[in-house]
Design a binder for this molecule. Structure first.
Ligand SMILES: O=C(O)CCC(=O)C(=O)O
Length: 268
């Protein structure tokens, strides 16, 4: 393993390490704008009753939430990583190198989501992504969070708890706010007092371990705070799916396992 790969893994998963890495200016802002244009078109197609599968559009759940355009009501759009605007990013040599350094040469991309975070939208409470990923093996799993717009305290940037990647997956309780967004859960048994906000510019990238505790706050500004997130795990991971309302295991509605790296090379 190269020393830079060793260093990245240490920063993501090591004791007394932050559990995340911030890469300013990783992408040009235009890269994010192309992604935004693509998901706006998808949101409008879905609102017009067109079939947008395999993508999945979820709406903000707050009563009366809305705006002028269909995308103004959207919370997240999942299953995007096979679409050209998002697949192209995965083919970038810098992304290949980064993901390979973090996870090794045999990797799948299993989840992607564009988060609109429109004005007034809920933030996502404190959680660990591995709560949503009950795979075998449990780790390593990483997320890449690309800022599409600026992320500020007012528009609901991410907050992370440095060092919390060494914690096991904690109990998560359902988000207790009225009209909470589907799937939002919360860690309530850990002190988050040492958390730090991640103030990012468009094109900045945050790489983080799936045990890192993080949240985002509500968007109290008048503009959208958009981000694109991809998640990666070791190829051959076993995904039991997720539990439905009756507690039965079903294939996850949002995961889409796509081979990404084999022997360190892309297989897109
Ligand atoms: O960007 C956000 O608002 C929340 C994203 C997040 O928590 C995640 O990707 O796990």
């Amino acid at each position: 393993m190269s020393s830079s790969a060793h260093d990245l893994r240490r920063r993501l998963r090591g004791e007394d390490q932050p559990g995340y890495v911030r890469l300013p200016g990783f992408a040009a802002p235009e890269t994010g704008r192309r992604m935004l244009d693509d998901v706006i078109a998808l949101a409008r197609q879905a609102a017009a009753g067109r079939d947008v599968t395999p993508s999945l559009v979820t709406l903000e759940m707050q009563a009366g939430f809305g705006g002028t355009n269909p995308e103004d009501r959207v919370s997240k759009i999942f299953r995007l990583h096979r679409r050209p605007a998002f697949l192209d990013f995965l083919g970038w040599p810098r992304v290949v190198e980064l993901v390979g350094a973090a996870l090794g040469g045999d990797v799948d991309c299993f989840l992607s989501q564009f988060i609109f975070k429109n004005p007034g939208a809920w933030g996502q409470p404190w959680h660990q992504d591995s709560y949503y990923f009950p795979f075998q093996p449990r780790r390593p799993i990483i997320g890449l969070w690309l800022a599409i717009t600026e992320a500020t305290l007012e528009n609901g940037c991410l907050h992370v708890l440095p060092g919390s990647q060494v914690e096991p997956v904690h109990t998560h309780v359902r988000d207790r706010r009225p009209d909470a967004n589907h799937g939002y859960v919360e860690i309530v048994d850990h002190d988050m007092g040492a958390s730090v906000p991640c103030l990012l510019d468009p094109g900045d990238l945050l790489v983080f371990d799936s045990h890192l505790m993080h949240r985002s706050t509500d968007n109290t500004s008048s503009g959208m705070r958009a981000a694109m997130v991809w998640h990666f795990a070791t190829a051959g991971s076993i995904d039991p799916g997720s539990r439905d309302a009756q507690g039965r295991w079903r294939p996850s509605p949002v995961n889409d396992w796509m081979p990404y790296l084999r022997g360190g090379k892309t297989v897109l």
